[in-house]
Design a protein around this ligand. Sequence first.
Ligand code: MN
Length: 334
Amino acid sequence: MRRIATEEAFVIPEVIQPMLERFARAPYDPDLFFWSKAADGSPLQRRLLDLGDERLAIMDETGIDVQLISLASTGVQMFDADTGTALATLANDVLADAMRRHPTRFAGLASFAPQDPKRAAKEIERAMTQLGYHGVIVNSHTNGDYLDQSAYWPILEACEACDAPLYIHPRAPSPQMVAPFLDYTLEHAIWGFQAETSLHALRLIVSGIFDRFPRLKVILGHGGEGLHYWLPRLDGMHANFKAPEGRRPVLELAPSAYIRRNFAITTSGMNWGPAVRFAIDAIGVDKIMFAIDYPFMDSATSVAQMDAIDLPEDDKAAIYHRNAERIFGISPAA
Ligand code: MN
């Protein structure tokens, strides 16, 4: 069985070092705390920096044919606009070089700096048309802003124009919503990532983004961040609770219709039978792609979990590789 893993991470020294330096001197910040997990000398940092032998060896050992690789969260989004823009270009060049060296093993999602939406749109275009990328990635909010806000529309316009799937990857909740998470360290992958990222996706839906950009494709990890669990309730409550006049656009479709038309999900960190079977029931097997979240999650465990889910062979093939080949334009095996 060919396996494509679709939410796999790397970093470059130019991004991780300033983050670790800021962590060492700044007051507690949930996103910097997350970076500190990849401290100097840690196996995690070594694996994130590697785009060669160790990554390929682990892929070989665990039966992963292709990794769809992206810059680890929070990417370039905690830098000022000029630095973030320059680092996105650098990271995209580094990963593109690795993709050229290992064209049958590495695919990529390009980074961009939402802090400068016009230059972000240009970088998306460069990555998709010149560097051979398969989509782009954003780590949810940027300085508390969300992509439905009109300043960021050039980014969504570029994604649609370049047919670049937009992977909305988690980070800790925005400054406006993080406080109640902090008392018990819930701001990370235990709950905060999902709360932040599903909110971001829902904002795109109810703001009318998919009426404006009907061909925009959005990918959510971690079992779709739970959003598809709520389809009938989203539709019912969206219809029941009208916003004050002019506050919220009238949508062409029900919220669930955009999730079915414009979204796909991955199983990063959530290769759990009940969740995968429910997702197949709710949104269909052609919307679900396998992911590990290497090197944060263990590759062998993730593959064993997905292998153990009792599904028809054809469904397994869709989840393991066929959907990723179609959605991200990854070449099928020769
Ligand atoms: Mn991840």
